[in-house]
Design a protein around this ligand. Structure first.
Ligand code: FES
Length: 328
């Protein structure tokens, strides 16, 4: 957690998804949180409750819950109400989508022509707000040659609504960006990740086990690679707007519209399609729990193209590497 402007702590994306699930369980009459037991037993009761109703607590999730209790202080052990309201923080909004340049860990703009094709490493940036993690993919064929990703119409299986996906950008029109939050129940990388064409085999070792049903669906859709969520098996076609290949998800991954400046080779995240599914956990893609740390509230990060020798001082999103899920 880190403070939001104004001093109110905000929650990281992964912890946020966990918090939303926990709050839902606490409010459900069938799994109601027992305040009397909590007052008696303190944090052990909370940990046991979370493990039983939401899932195993890894050390970072345990540390997060501890931080919540410390942050709330004595109020937390007098009643569960402060915990619920703390975990259920109000959203904040953007008026319009910001114009954000994508940079590397040194703050230098990423060059589209240097993005590795079919990279098995998970590259993520945040857009439009903090915690809205998004895959950055340069798609290719089985020989790792870039593939032009065409515009397409995507259907939402849940309701039959369709929307337009504008296709890839960059020198080969092969670069795309999709939300990295699974639309089923919110699993995030590394559980959800891209399988480049050379990993499209059934039975790779865990955590890279691709079920036959997903492989078959990809072949039928003419998708050389796939985004697959190892949590419950949802899969998405990154070559066709991240449309749904296999459930249980009934919604495609929302996409982030990229802009490629052919003069500088820089990439910008500029918008999202409000007809596409909303980033899981939000009421709108224009709402979230914190602005990007580089967001300029005075300008709203309007369109601004950098020159090739410039590095941005604000309105940027840094690419993070979550590692290669096919190694180790
Ligand atoms: S959260 Fe991804 S398949 Fe369930």
């Amino acid at each position: 957690m880190r403070p939001r402007s104004g001093g109110i702590p905000i929650i990281k994306r992964d912890d946020l998804i966990f918090s939303l699930k926990l709050v839902r369980k606490m409010r459900n009459p069938k799994t109601r949180f027992d305040e009397v037991e909590f007052v008696k037993k303190g944090r052990d009761y909370l940990f046991n409750y979370a493990e039983k109703n939401v899932g195993p607590l890894d050390p970072s999730r345990r540390a997060f819950l501890k931080a919540v209790l410390i942050g709330i202080g004595v109020a937390a052990v007098a009643s569960a109400v402060p915990i619920v309201s703390y975990l259920n923080q109000p959203e904040i909004s953007l008026n319009t989508f910001p114009w954000i340049i994508i940079v590397d860990s040194s703050g230098n703009p990423i060059k589209a022509s240097q993005l590795k094709v079919n990279n098995p490493e998970i590259l993520i940036f945040q857009y439009p707000m903090e915690g809205d993690i998004t895959f950055l993919l340069n798609l290719g064929d089985e020989n790792d040659n870039p593939i032009q990703v065409p515009p397409t119409t995507v259907t939402i299986p849940e309701n039959g609504v369709t929307y337009s996906f504008p296709g890839g950008v960059g020198p080969n029109k092969s670069i795309v960006a999709y939300s990295a939050i699974c639309q089923h129940l919110g699993c995030a990388p590394p559980e959800i990740h891209f399988y480049p064409p050379k990993y499209m085999k059934v039975g790779l070792p865990t955590p890279n086990y691709l079920p036959g049903v997903a492989l078959q669906a990809a072949q039928q859709a003419n998708a050389p690679g796939i985004i697959h969520c190892d949590c419950h098996g949802s899969s998405y076609d990154p070559y066709h707007g991240a449309s749904v290949l296999t459930g249980p998800t009934v919604r495609p991954l929302p996409y982030v519209q990229l802009y490629w400046d052919s003069n500088t080779d820089f990439l910008y995240a500029v918008s999202m399609n409000l007809k596409a599914p909303v980033i899981l956990g939000h009421s709108s893609d224009l709402s979230g729990y914190a602005y990007l740390s580089s967001y300029d509230e005075s300008t709203g990060c309007k369109k601004l193209l950098l020159k090739s020798n410039q590095t941005p001082s604000n309105c940027y999103s840094e690419v993070q590497n979550y590692g290669n899920t096919f190694q180790g």
